[in-house]
Design a protein around this ligand. Structure first.
Ligand SMILES: Nc1ncnc2c1ncn2[C@@H]1O[C@H](COP(=O)(O)OP(=O)(O)OP(=O)(O)O)[C@@H](O)[C@H]1O
Length: 280
């Protein structure tokens, strides 16, 4: 169990995390937020890369910063995953296994397992530089899951991936999720919807909502409408989509008050997220 208690982080005088508090237990958690919300900063605090200006982060009741053995129980895929392009895939994972203090005699089995998880077994002998972008991301995932850590953090794991690779990522998460904590940061709702048991919505350095996908969806209940394109939009509304149908062109909008000439629509998780972010 990870417990974040009033976590504050500043860069010079600029406070980026405004006292983040939440509990992250077993299961898959999606950390959703727009660019600049503070997701990467929060993850970097959890893995101990940043010191805090206030609050604390506890893992199974112990302070993350104080227990040096804790880092070995956390796997992390950073947003920008540094590479040694000249190394072979297997040797790169061997290097990470050593950094993670996996005993020498257990390294081969651990590396083979992680390559299997990400479906890169066949590429173990290839140079890292010869892999495609999607495969490189999978190699990053392989190093994060190496040694089967209790907590795994994925920072924007699907950014820039094609639909097939995004699907593959979701399958990987489903295959490794039992008995551990997985936190996935993204601004793409669709990527967390299918795999996450719990969603944390972050904005302006704060967790502004926390709940299941059904609970996030409910945030937009009574605020989603379909209305003809020609009709004047209600004040403070936000157009989500343009749809072509038998009734002509319709706009799917989020609005704080019922739209005249519009009919209510069933909210999605994306609607709930947008309602929270746009404060509708
Ligand atoms: N090392 C740093 N020095 C100064 N400011 C920083 C640093 N890292 C992040 N910030 C600032 O903190 C804020 C939050 O950034 P962060 O990268 O954590 O957000 P994010 O939610 O991960 O966004 P994105 O989805 O774009 O990656 C931004 O305004 C950013 O400019």
């Amino acid at each position: 169990m990870l417990q974040l208690c009033g976590v504050c982080k500043s860069f010079r005088k600029r406070q980026v995390l405004q006292g983040v508090s939440c509990e992250i237990g077993e299961g898959v958690y999606g950390l959703l937020g727009p660019n600049g919300a503070g997701k990467t900063t929060l993850m970097r605090c959890v893995v101990g890369l940043y010191g805090l200006q206030g609050g604390q982060i506890l893992f199974d009741g112990k302070g993350v910063a104080k227990d040096s053995g804790l880092a070995d129980r956390i796997g992390y895929l950073p947003q920008k995953f540094g590479l040694f392009k000249e190394l072979k895939v297997y040797n790169m994972l061997e290097y990470f296994a050593t950094l993670k203090n996996i005993p020498r005699e257990g390294q081969r089995a651990a590396i083979e397992k992680s390559l299997e998880v990400v479906n890169l077994t066949e590429r173990a002998g290839d140079r890292v530089g010869a892999l495609s972008g999607g495969m490189i991301r999978r190699l990053g995932i392989a190093q994060a899951v190496l040694g089967e850590p209790d907590v795994i953090l994925f920072d924007e794991p699907t950014a820039g991936l094609d639909p097939e690779e995004r699907m593959r990522f979701k399958n990987i998460v489903s295959s490794i999720k039992g008995g551990r904590t997985i936190l996935i940061s993204t601004h793409i709702v669709e990527d967390v919807e299918a795999v996450c048991d719990h969603i944390l919505v972050m904005d302006g350095g704060e967790i502004i909502a926390s709940g299941t996908d059904a609970e996030v969806r409910e945030k937009a209940r009574g605020k989603v409408f379909l209305l003809p394109e020609a009709v004047q939009l209600p004040a403070d509304s936000f157009v989500e989509k343009r749809l072509e149908g038998e009734e002509g062109t319709l706009l799917r909008i989020l609005a704080p008050t019922p739209a005249k000439e519009g009919r209510p629509a069933e909210p999605t998780v994306e609607d709930g997220y947008m309602a929270l972010i746009k404060k509708i």
